[in-house]
Design a protein around this ligand. Structure first.
Ligand SMILES: [Zn+2]
Length: 453
């Protein structure tokens, strides 16, 4: 044993209870009674009444490195993750240059990540019109699945799949029982929507209607059913699609779905005109839509909540919603944002853990992550759930401190984050005797993850 982490509130699959977690060689060796004697040679870390959660798993992060590292990089993104209680992230295949569409490109990204990752990092591959022959090699090289768009992605080097290309890609992926994760907005429905540029949020919202999501999800359900393939809907905003997804699943279609902190905690009604830090696609919708998304979480239709952290430099957030870069950066704030809203709705922290740790780990097939259970990695977030803080952009660790959450008061302060039994972040600093206030462990100890199942 190297470490015993003790708390009156440890969130396990069996419930929240007082426990001492014994850690050996980076894994959870045993869950001992709260007052168990500390084994010889082990160090006791008693966090009192702070809650110990399994480290969060964020399967939707755009790190943009290499190539657009002025937008975000592995060092800054993984620091923000660690400060937000996230111990594993899976990087999206686009917005970096090159995009992750060949094994050579994957190796290039892994080389950059390896040097800088404060948390564990895995990769999604990309499915684009011209890389059908690269899908199986990428799968064999360890990507967790493949992302595609059905409408323009926003970057020229990552084109969307047309209907025939979607069919071919999904046939290929189903051949090795891989997973296709999809940005689901229908290009025809988007083209038919009114497009009025400018600073008015209502105009932007009208340009990305719920119907575009609903139509794309219907397309996806039909093709997944026909090919008996595994598909996953990224960043669901339209609650209208929940009954479609639930019905498809009940008849055996292999479809899962995620939503994001911004859809669950911010509303269209509160977005000021010109405030493009709130712009993302699909967009943040009305409060009534948000209520329905929460119902989808509670009834289990929505499997996970992940950040879709998608930053850019501040200058790209122009005040025109039509041309501003779309993306909301919330690696560091997702847990407190979702917990604050869950708490307001009377939902327990263990639900948040299911949506933000266990669910995403299952999506990616990460059997060693996502729960506090004997044999899994000793990855933890220590949270003071009743403590509050007000979001100050200066305290954020991602590269460009643009945020839609500035000034919000949130519940849930991440006191420390642990990766394989080592503290990688401490809100009050780590490392005894180190001058100054060093928040993160050095050197970074994140590892590269590859799909194992
Ligand atoms: Zn995204």
């Amino acid at each position: 044993m190297n470490l015993v982490l003790r708390s009156t509130r440890v969130v396990t699959p069996e419930g929240t209870r007082p426990l001492s977690i014994a850690v050996a060689d980076g894994r959870i060796a045993a869950l001992l009674p709260y007052g168990a004697e500390v084994p010889p040679g082990a160090r006791l870390e008693d966090v009192g009444d702070d809650v110990v959660l399994p480290g969060l798993v964020d399967t939707h992060v755009h790190v943009n490195d290499p190539g657009r590292s002025e937008w975000e990089g592995f060092r800054t993104a993984t620091r923000a993750a660690a400060a937000g209680g996230i111990t594993t992230l899976v990087d999206m295949p686009l917005n970096s240059l090159p995009p992750t569409t060949t094994t050579a490109h994957l190796r290039a990204k892994q080389a950059v990540a390896q040097r800088a990752a404060q948390v564990d990092v895995g990769f999604w591959g990309g499915a684009v019109p011209d890389n059908l022959a690269d899908l199986r090699p990428l799968h064999d090289a360890g990507v967790f699945g493949f992302k595609c768009f059905l409408s323009p992605s926003g970057v020229a080097e990552f084109p969307e799949l047309g209907p025939a290309e979607l069919d071919r890609a999904l046939t290929e992926i189903a051949g090795f029982d891989g997973l296709l994760i999809v940005h689901a907005e229908d290009p025809g429905a988007l083209a038919a929507a009114p497009a009025r540029p400018g600073p008015a949020y209502a105009d932007f919202l009208a340009s990305r209607p719920r119907g575009a999501e609903n139509a794309a999800i219907e397309t996806l359900i039909a093709v997944a059913r026909r090919l008996d393939a595994r598909v996953h809907v990224l960043h669901l905003s339209s609650s209208d699609a929940l009954p479609l997804i639930a019905a498809a699943r009940s008849e055996g279609v292999r479809i899962t779905v995620e939503s994001c902190p911004h859809f669950l905690t911010l509303t269209a009604e509160e977005v000021p005109d010109g405030a493009t830090e709130f712009k993302c696609c699909p967009p943040i919708r009305e409060a009534a839509n948000q209520d329905a998304l929460w119902q989808g979480l509670v009834n289990g239709t929505i499997d996970c909540v992940v950040s879709d952290h998608s930053p850019c430099t501040a200058d790209l957030k122009t005040p025109d919603f039509a041309t501003a870069w779309g993306g909301i950066s919330s690696l560091q704030l997702g847990l407190p944002a979702v917990w604050t809203e869950a708490r307001r709705r009377g939902l327990p922290l263990r639900d948040v853990v299911r949506w933000m740790s266990t669910g995403p780990a299952e999506l990616a097939g990460l059997a060693s992550k996502g729960a506090i259970e004997e044999g899994r990695d000793a990855d933890f977030a220590v949270l003071a759930p009743e403590a509050t803080f007000t979001v100050d952009p200066a305290e954020l660790h991602h590269r460009n401190r643009v945020t839609a959450y500035a000034g919000k008061t949130l519940y849930g302060v991440v006191r420390s984050t642990w990766l394989r039994g080592s503290r990688i972040f401490g809100s009050d600093g780590i490392g005894a005797g180190v001058p100054g206030r060093r928040l993160f462990a050095e050197p970074p100890s994140g590892r590269l993850l590859e799909r194992t199942s």
